[in-house]
Ligand binder design. Structure first.
Ligand code: UT7
Length: 325
């Protein structure tokens, strides 16, 4: 039995200034608003300007999360940034966030699990808290995927967007958490046999270039619903809860058809699924905290709610986190 317990105490988001609609996209590549909406559910996405780096979005989201939690930056002893679009190959974007927040103690590092990054980072934070290595953790999903898109490839460039979301995760001694709030179960999975189905065709040790995102969309789609549904079920089983007990499902936002397919497979009422892919596109590691932010702004996320997060992305990686909000 673990001694300590992780509770999400604050949430913040930051979106870039510029919105790009499907109509604008159709001026760049051979596509239409109808195709994008019908195949993906996406209507617009946010695109970071030259003055908006991944760390800038991450810092904005982190400040908002700290304010929401009523936590001073000085109390943070660990920063984890989930990103596949870091400011630089190194150092970790998390160190830029640390400096930006004026924090000089504790530790900061990045986690790279592409679209599953936020679920991975939250699981790492929970583990650090449970074993007493950290007490107040900032977990941030932040991306500028627009920088790694091939803007001539209509099969990928219409799908992704930029943004950041952050949560403050606080450690409590057993029995001290307010109500029965906190992270209940986490499950992470990966299967590297599929690493070439969704990848970036560059990198420091291969081409020496940054590269562009490449995806076999249909292949990824084929695995998505099965993988996501199975890891959600395993997570619920471990906690001894069922679909009917979950107040809110907050999935990674890749394609509305994947969200619908997963909901159908598990018998989830669509009213309990948060959908933001229409507004944000696929923002990779940022999509879950952005969706949490949207749900909160709409009054759909309440203290004490049982919430299930899930994601799947390049690698393949996938995973789920069950928590009482
Ligand atoms: O977040 C990480 C995980 N990522 C995902 O989960 C993405 C998973 N994949 C998907 O969401 C979908 O597979 C896509 C949205 C990427 C594609 O949808 P699809 O229904 O699987 O379409 P498709 O790739 O089978 O393409 C259908 C047709 C093709 O034309 P033909 O070969 O049938 O003549 C494509 O060339 O649609 C064409 N097409 C487009 N047409 C207009 C592909 N992209 C576009 C486009 N505009 N942007």
């Amino acid at each position: 039995m673990y001694m300590r317990h992780s509770v999400v105490t604050g949430l913040g988001i930051q979106l870039p200034k510029r919105v790009m609609t499907n109509a604008e996209m159709s001026k760049l590549v051979d596509t239409t608003d109808e195709w994008i909406v019908e195949r993906t559910g996406i209507r617009q996405r946010y695109i970071a300007g030259d003055d908006e780096r991944t760390s800038d979005l991450a810092i904005g989201a982190a400040r908002a999360a700290l304010a929401d939690a009523g936590t001073d930056a000085g109390e943070i002893d660990l920063i984890i940034v989930a990103t596949s679009t870091p400011d630089n190959t190194f150092p970790a974007t998390a160190t830029a966030v640390q400096a930006g927040l004026g924090i000089t103690h504790g530790a900061a590092f990045d986690v790279q699990a592409v679209c599953s990054g936020f679920v991975y980072a939250l699981t790492v934070a929970d583990s650090f808290i449970r074993c007493g290595q950290a007490h107040n953790v900032l977990v941030i999903g932040a991306e500028t995927f627009s920088r790694i898109l091939d803007w001539q490839d209509r099969t990928t460039c219409v799908l992704f967007g930029d943004g950041a979301g952050a949560v403050v995760v606080k450690g409590y001694e057993a029995g001290q958490a307010p109500g029965d709030r906190g992270i209940i179960a986490c499950k992470l999975r990966s299967d590297g046999r599929h690493k070439e189905k969704l990848y970036v065709d560059g990198g420091p040790s291969s081409t020496g270039t940054v590269g562009y995102l490449r995806m076999e969309g249909r292949e990824v789609f084929k695995h998505a619903v099965t993988n996501i549904a199975s890891v959600m079920q395993e997570t619920m089983d471990e906690a001894g809860v069922g679909v009917a007990d979950i107040d809110l499902f907050v999935p990674h936002q890749a394609n509305v058809r994947i969200l619908d397919g997963t909901a159908r497979k598990l018998g989830i009422d669509p009213d309990r699924v948060v959908v933001t892919v229409d507004k944000h596109g696929n923002t990779s590691a940022a999509s879950i905290p952005l969706a949490l932010g949207e749900a909160k702004a709409q009054g759909r996320l309440h203290r004490g709610d049982l919430v299930l997060l899930e994601a799947m992305g390049g690698g393949f990686t996938w995973g789920a986190v069950l928590l009482r909000w």
